[in-house]
Ligand binder design. Structure first.
Ligand code: NDP
Length: 322
């Protein structure tokens, strides 16, 4: 049953560094933000251990702690944080128009300004065998699930910074890590490549792809092939980690906002403005280049400032026309 609509000034969707930073700035500017966390409260950083590159933490901080503290900081200035997921949107084309957002399929929020910080989600290879064994040894988060494979043999696919970082993490707790890179080079930074190459229990395989994840209920092995020679091989593993990038969480905004061909929201240069007045995007949902916690937080701040200026300009327009 559809509930009565709730009307407010600023709605923030997403609870990663972008969403919470937007909330801190919006609350301090008296925009009375309401923030819906989405499916994964705290976002991607809740699935990581140490964050060593966020300025201001000389000893590093673990991701989940950082997100709890960001939430507390946002709440301290009056942000209301609710658990819930935006499931549909109807954005106004008018300056000063009211945007409608459906939460969990029934609750309607009407907001003067909306900040989208819904982030991105891990990609999978989409092999039927891989999908069947998700939760049975196939994981897209080594930091979340690596512990279960302590002392065992595992494999990871991907050649970016995520794969390199997760392979190093797994190498610390597992017996052996086979790392599968489909090209003859890695996309990861040189520093991460050196780290992977220096660990004796990482077996790095270039030009190698996965044909099948083997096992009935749980992962028992991988059938892999060399994409240059065609040579096939079976390796015995108990855990298979997928680290091949992310997809922006923008499906509900299709047809409402302009996006690039990979689904990232397009924002106006040097701002967080989307193609709808009063709708702003910050964090990984509009950034496929940097994708760092600190850049996400930076754009969250920008979104709140952009929203503040937008709301002020709408108020001025209303006063002039009265
Ligand atoms: P990337 O998009 O950078 O890399 C994805 C990797 O997965 C590439 O090696 C790609 O191969 C491979 N891949 C994609 N699809 C497939 C497939 N179907 N089969 C096999 N391999 C596949 O994603 P990341 O998540 O690694 O990184 C995202 C961003 O976050 C980057 O900008 C990265 O620098 C950053 N990052 C930074 C970190 C840090 O600074 N500490 C840590 C983690 C990430 P190919 O090269 O052939 O396309």
């Amino acid at each position: 049953m559809t509930e009565k609509a709730e009307r407010l000034k600023t709605l923030i969707l997403g609870s990663g560094p972008a969403g919470y930073t937007a909330a801190i700035y919006a609350a301090r500017a008296d925009l009375k933000p309401l923030l819906y966390t989405g499916m994964e409260p705290g976002g991607q950083l809740t699935t990581t251990t140490d964050v060593d590159n966020f300025p201001g933490y000389p000893k590093g901080i673990d991701g989940p702690t950082m997100m709890v503290e960001l939430q507390q900081q946002a709440e301290r200035f009056g942000t209301e944080v609710r658990i819930g997921m935006a499931t549909a949107v109807d954005f106004s084309d008018e300056v000063g128009g009211i945007h409608k957002v459906t939460i969990d399929g029934s609750k309607i929020i009407e907001a003067e300004a909306v900040i989208i910080s819904t982030g991105a989600t891990a990609k999978y290879l989409n092999l039927p065998s891989e999908q069947r064994l998700r939760g049975g040894g196939v994981s897209a988060c080594a930091v979340c699930d690596g512990f279960f494979y302590k002392g065992q043999d595992v494999a990871i696919v991907g050649g970016g910074d995520t794969a390199a970082e997760e392979a190093s993490y797994l190498a610390n707790i597992c017996n052996k890590v086979t790392m599968l890179v489909r090209k003859d080079y890695m996309r990861a930074s040189k520093a991460m490549q050196h780290r992977v190459e220096s660990l004796p229990n990482i077996d790095l395989r270039y030009n190698t792809e996965v044909e099948e994840v083997m096992g009935d209920q749980v992962v028992e092995g991988l059938r892999i092939f060399n994409n240059k020679t065609g040579e096939k091989e079976e390796i015995a593993i108990t855990g298979f980690f997928v680290a091949i990038g992310h997809k922006p969480n923008t499906d509900i905004f299709k047809g409402q906002l302009e996006m690039d061909d990979t689904g990232y929201i397009i924002t106006e240069a040097k701002s967080t403005k989307t193609t709808k007045p009063g709708v702003f995007a910050s964090g990984d949902v509009q950034d496929k280049v940097y994708r760092q916690a600190v850049t996400a937080a930076g754009t969250g701040c920008m979104a709140a400032l952009d929203a503040e200026r937008y709301l002020a300009s709408v108020e001025t327009r209303e006063e002039v026309t009265q």
